[in-house]
Design a protein around this ligand. Structure first.
Ligand code: NAD
Length: 695
């Protein structure tokens, strides 16, 4: 199928791009543009050319469906097409609307004139994938909008509306009416006026104080992008635009992209980009699965999670009925929601009007009758099976047939929850993360009987409320918490063996986690983990006790909420070293007969991260996660795993699974740890032996 069409309109040839959804610059499209220009060149009646996209997009850049295939680089590649535009002698006008991004903007900038619809979204977002624009974008944009503004756009990858470029030659004319008509009129006028072929490469580019400006830019960018090489390479490339000839600048750009494409950071960022897209697909739920309409949402429980969940839907313009048992709790929840919006208004992130409109979508109630016609109800009450049972039985008898009944449980068996209703197919887990209005991750828990259209609907609604949804099967802790428990466990074992809380947290934070495991435990509240441990100790009397963690809880040190945990807090949130904890740790070690040993940061990182990986491998093998990249997505969006490392499973791949398995077998010999814990999961061992990877 051709991705372009070629028409003649008077003295103007029109090349229309047609590669939905965003005119990705795939092989057919590139070929079509090149052929169109050649045809126009050969036709004496054609005096000018217009290249136009769809209403939705001029072009969003590279065609991601071609990534990793020979077509991505097949000639003509984008650079070849742009070079052709630089050499043709008939004026080419880009007619731009919707979005113009990445390679799409590079294509537009290689045209000789540009007309645009107001409100078009403009960006060079490559830096977000750890690379930079590789088809002259770093050289042409500074020539069109000035060095400083171009550098800001390229380093940040930010999207800027076209109206902000008024007065610059990035856009020669803003077309209010029909874009094609406007472009044709512009082209006819250009022919009448004998406008020359105006090549951006021939435009001057400079900065009055280039040396000082780029020194400043390097300092600013360097401190903001420590673990990412791409932003600094963007500075180098734009500096070349300002200080060197166009072709020399292009070479700097090309060397930079060649280098960046092979960095671990870029591999990780591109992995995350594709992992997010993959996560939205469910193998046995085809794309065309019908979905249910969700216009009204009910939330049960106006506590920490219920209020956060509610805010997501209000932000998406979906009315929410929120239910509590007592007026007092209901009022407190509504007040917390109102305050969240007020804080947004105070910070200038939301207008007062918008905040008011959102609150108007909220309907607080104490009566289940008000939930009868909801399309989706999400339960976020106490984490007790008895309480959940009552809620789901009541929902079953009050809410209309066809509604989706979701639970936000973190640990309870979703299949059991579903069994409290006569419609288990309509029951699904929607596991949000705290704070639920901010955290991107949503684990969608698929029960044994969850219907396919329920899953398809929840995945769709997740997008609407701007969450990254990952499907998990039913198990204790689902994907994220099941893995984090192993990681926390290993951190606590190392505490017993000789490491200090500060040392463990520092090592893990240096690795790139937003927060070390013990600071995280203090933030989450030690009592939660303690309650789970006590249950497990009863169920498994032979299980290893976590003596230090238990002792801190016995002393009422639950973390931030009690002002003391592994650290002390002095009324604030900042963890401070507590000599009292040193003494407690010391006493516990003596009781256990442990002579503390020095543990290196490298060992701390390996034992914590490999604990994640090993459990991840089990989760994958059991089919709890559909694919390794889903596990990575959970960790990147819900647990602060460093994005530039791509998630635990990609990290394992990059370390080499053979090396990971070998290290685990060494850890298993440590007399203080549980040797079972460190047996490589069968899938990991198998892949390692076969020289394969998870992803
Ligand atoms: P919370 O104690 O802050 O809120 C629970 C709310 O539910 C309270 O306001 C309570 O009054 C209300 N409630 C209790 N029984 C009720 C009933 N029968 N009907 C109506 N309302 C009732 O608890 P939370 O932290 O918001 O947790 C709620 C759920 O979300 C739990 O299942 C929890 O495991 C899960 N969860 C919590 C987190 C977290 O970080 N807090 C994260 C993910 C999931």
């Amino acid at each position: 199928m051709s991705s372009t069409s070629y028409d003649i309109n008077g003295r103007v040839a029109v090349i229309s791009m047609d590669n939905p959804p965003v005119n990705g610059l795939g092989y057919e499209l590139r070929r079509g543009i090149l052929d169109g220009i050649r045809k126009a060149e050969a036709d004496d009646n054609v005096k000018a050319v217009v290249i136009i996209g769809s209403e939705k997009a001029f072009s969003g850049g590279a065609d991601i469906s071609e990534f990793g295939t020979p077509k991505a680089m097949a000639e003509p590649n984008l650079n070849t097409v742009l070079h052709f535009l630089d050499t043709t002698d008939k004026p080419v006008i880009a007619a731009i609307g919707g979005i113009v991004m990445g390679g799409g903007l590079e294509l537009a900038m290689a045209c000789h004139y540009r007309v645009v619809k107001p409100g078009t979204q403009v960006a060079l977002p490559e830096v977000k994938l750890g690379i930079l624009p590789g088809a002259g974008g770093t050289q042409r944009l500074p020539r069109l909008i000035g060095v400083e503004q171009a550098l800001n756009m390229i380093v940040s990858g930010a999207t800027v509306p076209s109206d902000q470029f008024k007065g610059s030659p990035l856009f020669d004319e803003y077309v209010d009416g029909d874009l094609l008509e406007g472009a044709l009129a512009y082209a006819e006028k250009a022919v009448d006026e004998n406008k020359p072929v105006r090549r951006v490469r021939d435009m001057p580019c400079g900065h009055p104080r280039a040396e000082a400006f780029f020194l400043y830019a390097r300092n600013a960018v360097g401190s903001m992008s420590k673990n990412y090489p791409a932003p600094m390479k963007c500075v180098e490339a734009v500096e070349a635009a300002a200080t060197k000839k166009f072709d020399e600048g292009l070479k700097v750009e090309r060397d930079a992209i060649t280098y960046l494409l092979n960095t671990d950071e870029s591999v990780a960022l591109r992995h995350a980009f594709f992992a997010e897209r993959a996560a939205s697909k469910i193998a046995d739920v085809p794309k065309d699965t019908p979905t249910r309409e969700i216009n009204k949402v009910g939330v049960i429980g106006a506590g920490t999670m219920g209020t956060g969940i509610t805010i997501n839907f209000l932000n998406a313009g979906i009315p929410v009925t929120i239910l509590e048992m007592q007026q007092e709790n209901l009022d407190r929840g509504v007040e917390n929601i109102r305050k969240t919006f007020e804080r947004q208004v105070a910070k200038g992130r939301m207008s007062e009007d918008k905040a008011k409109q959102r609150m108007e979508l909220l309907n607080p109630t104490l009566s289940y009758d008000d939930l009868a016609d909801m399309d989706l109800v999400i339960e976020a009450v106490f984490e007790e099976m008895g309480v959940k049972q009552k809620v789901f039985e009541t929902l079953d008898s009050t809410v209309k047939q066809g509604a989706i009944l979701a639970s936000n449980t973190s640990t309870l068996d979703l299949n059991k929850i579903a069994s409290f209703t006569k419609r288990p197919g309509d029951v699904v887990g929607m596991h949000f993360f705290s704070p639920a209005n901010i955290m991107k991750l949503l684990e969608v828990v698929r029960g044994d009987e969850t219907a396919k259209d329920v899953l398809a609907t929840v995945m769709q609604i997740a997008k609407k409320i701007k969450k990254t949804a990952v499907v998990s099967g039913v198990c204790d802790g689902f994907i994220g918490n099941r893995m984090i428990n192993k990681y926390q466990f290993e951190a606590l074992i190392m505490l017993e063996e000789g490491a200090s809380p500060q040392q463990i947290d520092k090592a893990i934070e240096k690795f790139g986690f937003a927060m070390g495991p013990l600071r995280m435990a203090d933030l989450a509240g030690g009592d939660i983990g303690w309650a789970i441990r006590k249950r497990l100790y009863e169920e498994h009397p032979d299980m290893k006790r976590l003596v230090i963690a238990d002792r801190l809880c016995e002393l009422g040190r639950y973390g931030q909420k009690t002002g003391a945990g592994f650290y002390k807090y002095d009324g604030g949130r900042e963890p401070k070293h507590d000599p009292e904890v040193d003494k407690i740790i010391d006493d516990c070690r003596k009781e256990m007969g442990i002579t503390p040993r020095k543990i290196s940061s490298e060992e701390i990182v390996k034992r914590c991260v490999y604990a994640l990986i090993n459990e991840g491998a089990r989760i994958l093998e059991e089919g709890i996660a559909q694919r390794a990249s889903d596990i990575d997505m959970v960790y990147l969006t819900g647990y602060g795993f460093p994005i530039y490392r791509g998630g635990p499973m990609l990290y394992a791949d990059s370390m080499g699974l053979l090396n990971v398995a070998r290290d685990m077998r060494v850890f298993a010999e440590n007399p203080h740890t549980d040797s079972e814990f460190w047996q490589p999961a069968p899938l990991l061992a198998k892949l390692a032996d076969e020289g394969k990877t998870f992803n």
